[in-house]
Design a protein around this ligand. Sequence first.
Ligand code: UDP
Length: 239
Amino acid sequence: MGVELLGFNIDNYTFEEAVSVAKGLIDGHKVSQIVTINPEMFYTAENDSNFANIIKEAEMVIPDGIGVKIALKLTGKNAFRIPGVDFAKRLLKEASASGIPVAVIGAKEEVVNKAVSNLRSEISGINIVYYHNGYFDNDEVIYNELKAKSPKLILVALGSPRQEQFIYNAKKVLNPSLMIGIGGSLDVWSGYVKRAPEAFRILGLEWLYRTITQPSRLKRIFPALPLFLMKVLSSKEQR
Ligand code: UDP
């Protein structure tokens, strides 16, 4: 089940459906990858066929931001927006309820430490068997440490496209598990970065809040977002 956008399949699950599919993947017999896709990732994929392939091979692709939702609307399609930060937190809660071991990789040392300690106090029964900061050179070392601990749910916050590449390569070597790229979620869970106020979130304007509060992010939205929307519109006209 999904909708097509610029050659990529996007799953149009509701939040609850996505949670239920993800739980199936956690219990599955292979390493699965969830991509939370945004306009910058389409832009990267256009210039990097390996990255495009990673998205195509992912077991689940969900629209994280409002940009992808708008693009789908422009082409007469629809998908539910599933904020990655909320989705990943929910998966942690689901895993904890069944005692499933989890791992968290990414962000600066003090950020991941604080995020882990906050998650441990917030989610009862959480079983974090492994965590590591996101500033390492040798992925093999991390893969080996993960293999030794065998977490079934692995959250990876290295920013895109690095986190998707890390997960894709892990698919070939790790024990069965579900891996998801979670971008800046550890920064939020650690409390180092504040989430947008609810009004912004409800309107889908979290990106606007983050851009205002961290103007350095502007270069991530431009030119990716306008180019992405133009491309979507022109692909629609060509049909
Ligand atoms: N990060 C990392 N290793 C790196 C580069 C980035 O662990 O080599 C972390 C960074 O500290 C931050 C996250 O990856 O916690 C990326 O956050 P960003 O805001 O770029 O993600 P977004 O949600 O916008 O994709």
